[in-house]
Write a protein of this length. Sequence first.
Length: 77
Amino acid sequence: MRHPAHAVEIEAGKNYRWCACGKSARQPYCDGSHRGSAITPLTFTAERSEIVWLCGCKTTARPPFCDGSHKASKESV
């Protein structure tokens, strides 16, 4: 199973590319592994410096942030 969430420190004003395909070896960030698919990474700019939880299961309704969707996915397996 993929990691349900990744606690990461982000810096205000810095751009990040969140992996939406789940294939990146650099989770939760994109490494280009999506190439050839219709899935593209989500680019976002940190509004402030803080620690956030980025989604690892890729089912969040609030990409790139974890919303707990992995709990429902795990229960349905």
